[in-house]
Ligand binder design. Structure first.
Ligand code: R5P
Length: 295
């Protein structure tokens, strides 16, 4: 078994390697003057089971291209089996057509990964579960929620209501609430006026006097989650916590999150958050053990 890391999340890859009790494999990565990427595996992997860890997070296109080149390099080096380990899968939100003449980019990216030579995929908290089926190879879909749930359970909060920030996240919120002693759930009626612009209207469910735990798969610009928190407070929620798997954190997420008055924002390390972007309310938990166990 060999584990190699792309450049998108080296700290997580190192943690996974530590969990497995192995060294990260040696791999050279260079960028040419024009932006082209060069990858060379620096040991023989002939006949090996190779795992390539690379979340396709920001900059999504660069990280995706690097992953495809890593897969191709390993295929041409006669690896026995290549598994793409995707703690975060970019383009997951483009999983269907919402208007005419759009691409289903989540499917296109899955095709590229398979055609590059991957034999298997390990993906974490895909935006929608059906993306598993976009890969015409085995796909293990791993959920990071146990890490978040255990953290919230340790806080021994009372009067919890688990809140989904949109209708699409209801199943996720329900599963989360079940593990929190069957806490009640509430749902926010969110509508998008344009890409990356969220507007919230109503809360369906009882939040007054409760500790609200907003649950989402990702925080991107933080528009959804901060608008939801504002509405929850207007409706009388006591404290507002956020639990999200993927800290995508595109600008202006850090400003929004640090100024929105959250009690705590709990995310995982599927995507690294640079030290400069840390703020007091942010807690980042590791999913390395979950990935290590799956490998
Ligand atoms: C939407 O369906 C997702 O689950 C997230 O709620 C959304 O992508 C977050 O985006 P933003 O933080 O930019 O509002």
């Amino acid at each position: 078994l060999r584990l190699f890391a792309g450049s998108a999340n080296l700290p997580l890859a190192q943690e996974v390697a530590n969990y497995l009790g192995i060294e990260l494999g040696p791999m050279v990565r260079k960028t040419f003057a024009d932006g082209e990427v060069y990858i060379q595996v620096q040991e023989s992997i002939r006949g090996c089971d190779v795992y390539l860890l690379q979340p396709t997070c920001r900059p999504v296109n660069d990280n995706l291209t690097e992953l495809l080149i890593m897969i191709d390099a390993c295929r041409r080096a006669s690896a026995r089996q290549i598994t793409a380990v995707l703690p975060y899968y970019g383009y997951a939100r483009a999983d269907r057509k919402t208007a005419g003449r759009e691409s289903i980019t989540a499917k296109l990216v899955a095709n590229l990964i398979v055609q590059s030579g991957a034999d298997r995929v390990i993906a974490m908290d895909l935006h929608s579960a059906q993306i598993q089926g976009y890969f015409d190879i085995p796909c293990d879909h791993v959920y990071g929620s146990p890490v978040l749930i255990n953290y919230i359970l340790d806080k021994q909060l009372e009067d919890i209501v688990v809140v989904s920030p949109d209708v699409g996240g209801v199943a996720r919120a329900r599963a989360f609430a079940k593990k929190l002693d069957d806490a009640p759930i509430a749902i926010i009626d969110k509508r998008r006026q344009a890409h990356n612009v969220a507007e919230v209207f109503n809360v369906v469910g009882e939040v007054e006097g409760k500790n609200a735990v907003l649950v989402d798969d990702m925080i991107d610009t933080a528009g959804t989650i901060t608008a939801a928190a504002k509405l929850l407070r207007q409706e009388g929620a006591k404290q507002v916590y956020v639990c999200a798997i993927h800290p995508v954190f595109s600008p202006p997420a850090i400003e929004r999150l640090s100024q929105a008055g959250f009690e705590e924002i709990i995310v995982t390390n599927t995507i690294p958050v640079p030290k400069d972007n840390h703020f007091p309310q942010l807690t980042q938990l590791s999913v390395a053990n979950l990935i290590g166990e799956t490998i």
